[in-house]
Design a protein around this ligand. Structure first.
Ligand code: ZN
Length: 343
């Protein structure tokens, strides 16, 4: 394997055998699962690519949304917990999850979201990008970001949003921290990010070329209240690693750096390690393979409840406890967002 990562440790450059390739997924908490499906599928136009359960608490769904195949870097997942209390956005959390949309699409999106009664802000420009903030039905802060130049990732062609406006995948996440130095040190040290931009209390770190899905913004907010993880907040953010051998190397290196890292956990669609960064945000490093087509064909993704082999013997009991979920077949019955909002 060719060495291709590097970080500075004291005065010396350390060359490593691996580099993170960007965001893998973001996982958040929701309340009602059907309302969650309706919003992310119909309103934002993501595809439900997997319907499974929280492997650590199988009485709760785990719903994965993304592009057609659920490619790493396009994925937002939820644990929908009916009746869950509302959380609080604050320090030690991912406080905004941003998606990339084509340049010039935000006017359409604002009209589309307002027409559907979504709580939405004004389009504003920051770091040379236009951003539109909105809140999902549980109050989760989401942003649509249009940056000059083309995001080469294809939209989900069969989704309800016209392809010229549709979401291309994740753009970035924003972390809120009461102090940012130690987080910055980990990001630009072992994790291999570079400081791409800073202004006021906001710092942008990027991997590689800083294209959409390779960025993390850190807001330093000493007065921010501690975040409370429950409905409407993010649980963790996952970064991509291309294979299992690099993940083993990541784990060794992060343990060596004094971080408390979990063993490698089989998440069926990827393999994961978790650790808290110094500001308190739960980070995950997840492998690209095997992906969502491991247990159902591409055209069937997300239509039926899928369980990992070790939970399959408990299917009957698990299904009995889960609320029923209505998911349209995107290859037949999906309703397209029409011309009312365009122009
Ligand atoms: Zn995860």
């Amino acid at each position: 394997m060719a060495p291709y990562g590097a970080y500075r440790d004291n005065q010396a450059w350390v060359i490593t055998m691996r580099q993170l390739s960007g965001l893998h997924h973001v996982t958040a908490i929701a309340d009602d699962p059907q309302r969650n499906v309706d919003f992310y599928l119909h309103t934002l136009g993501l595809r439900l690519v997997k319907q499974t359960v929280n492997f650590d608490a199988p009485d709760v769904y785990h719903l994965y949304y993304g592009d057609e195949a659920g490619s790493p870097g396009t994925i937002l997942t939820f644990f929908p917990w009916p009746g869950a209390p509302r959380g609080r956005r604050g320090a030690g959390q991912v406080t905004t999850t941003s998606f990339s949309v084509p340049e010039g699409a935000l006017g359409w999106w604002k009209r589309h979201l307002e027409r559907l009664g979504v709580r939405v802000g004004e389009v504003r420009t920051r770091s040379g990008e236009d951003a539109l903030s909105l809140y999902d039905p549980d109050g989760l802060a989401v942003e649509l970001v249009a940056r000059p130049g083309t995001d080469p990732r294809p939209p989900w062609e069969r989704g309800p949003i016209p392809a010229e406006h549709a979401i291309r995948g994740l753009h970035s996440v924003t972390l809120t921290e009461t102090g940012y130095e130690k987080t910055a040190e980990l990001l630009t040290g072992r994790l291999g990010f570079r400081l791409a931009e800073e202004g006021g209390d906001r710092f942008r770190f990027a991997l590689a070329d800083g294209s959409p899905s390779t960025m993390v913004d850190v807001i330093c907010s000493p007065e921010a209240p501690q975040g409370l993880v429950a409905a409407g907040t993010v649980h963790h953010v996952a970064w991509r690693t291309p294979d299992d051998s690099q993940q083993v190397s990541w784990r060794e290196d992060l343990v060596d750096a004094g971080l408390n890292v979990t063993p490698i956990i089989d998440r069926q669609y990827f393999h994961s390690i978790y650790f808290r960064e110094p500001g308190g945000v739960l980070f995950e490093i997840a492998t690209d393979p095997p992906g969502f087509a491991i247990d159902e064909p591409l055209m069937e993704l997300g239509r039926r409840l899928r369980l990992p082999p070790w939970l399959e013997p408990r299917r009957e009991e698990i299904e009995r406890h889960l609320p029923p979920l209505k998911v349209p077949d995107p290859y037949e019955e999906i309703e397209r967002a029409g011309g009312e909002a365009s122009g």
